[in-house]
Design a protein around this ligand. Structure first.
Ligand SMILES: NC(=O)c1ccc[n+]([C@@H]2O[C@H](COP(=O)([O-])OP(=O)(O)OC[C@H]3O[C@@H](n4cnc5c(N)ncnc54)[C@H](O)[C@@H]3O)[C@@H](O)[C@H]2O)c1
Length: 261
């Protein structure tokens, strides 16, 4: 399938991990992808191995940087048809909530939520002009339930809200806006913490954590005309973790402990 022939695509934070996998998937289906990342070396390394891709440094925390990246994509590709908001920040929680520092909260909200807003604001006129424009943002199951990381989770929940409000605004202008909410995905961000991934796997009804391609498939679907009448939704890509509580189910199904001994 080549659903993205002649499509111009901009992806943030795409120098590695899920963003890079999305770039590869859309390019394999014909897209011309601008791989952007705050880390320019990462972006150019990823783009070098992707057909038709270009790279650019873009910091989603900086309006001028975002505006320049959108302008570059339009100039280079002739149109901007798809924006993928993938860049984020996730600060570790302080052991005690009372000790959470302001700068962690501000950074996670700024890069994860406001960054996506900055990109959508800059991209929207071009997505409208495209006539088939789509925004797909990468949320998280953390936006729906408590899996730790207060500020990151609040930012991801905000992204779900922005997806809904922007979808209503953009639909009459021919642009769809959707969110993918991944569960735990094995990317470089987990390097050195592989044991945590092994411990996490049995909590997933599907029995494993996810892979970047699991997310890339869902992004490709929502960005494509196959999802032409879908807008404003949050699609969990989570091996069932938001739907089924395996630990509680098994605890309740265990044979009764006899009171008599
Ligand atoms: N990996 C997971 O377990 C998981 C789970 C749920 C959701 N997600 C979401 O998926 C997305 C990607 O996750 P990942 O694991 O691939 O991340 P990653 O850390 O492997 O890669 C993120 C990339 O974003 C770049 N980046 C950081 N700050 C930036 C900024 N200010 N501007 C532009 N780029 C910036 C980094 O340089 C890096 O290359 C994120 O939105 C994340 O919240 C990941």
């Amino acid at each position: 399938m080549r659903r993205f022939e002649n499509h111009g695509v901009l992806i943030t934070g795409a120098g590695r991990g899920i963003g890079e996998a999305v770039a590869r998937r859309l390019a394999a289906e014909g897209a011309r992808v601008l791989v952007t990342d705050v880390d320019g070396e990462r972006a150019s390394r990823a783009a070098e191995s992707i057909d038709g891709a270009a790279s650019l440094v873009c910091d989603v925390g900086d309006r001028a940087s975002v505006d320049a990246a959108v302008a570059y994509a339009v100039e280079r590709f002739g149109s901007l048809d798809v924006l993928v908001n993938n860049a984020y920040s996730c600060s570790p929680d302080a052991p005690l909530f009372e000790d959470e520092p302001d700068d962690h909260w501000a950074r996670d909200l700024d890069l994860t939520l406001t960054g996506a807003f900055r990109c959508a604001r800059a991209a929207l006129p071009h997505l409208v002009a495209s006539g088939r424009g789509a925004i797909v943002s990468i949320g998280s199951v953390n936006g729906e339930q408590d899996f730790g990381n207060h500020a990151y989770s609040a930012a991801k929940a905000g992204l779900a809200s922005l997806t809904r409000t922007l979808s209503g605004h953009a639909a009459p202008r021919g642009v769809r806006v959707n969110l993918v909410a991944p569960g735990t995905i094995h990317t470089e961000t987990w390097r050195g913490r592989e044991a945590n991934l092994e411990r996490a796997a049995p909590h997933y009804p599907a029995g494993r954590v996810g892979l970047p391609d699991d997310v890339a498939s869902a992004v490709a679907f929502l960005a494509s005309s196959d999802a032409g009448w879908i807008t404003g939704v949050t699609l969990p890509v989570d091996g069932g973790i938001l739907t089924a509580n395996v630990g509680l189910r098994d605890a309740l199904a265990a044979p009764p402990v006899s009171a008599e001994r």
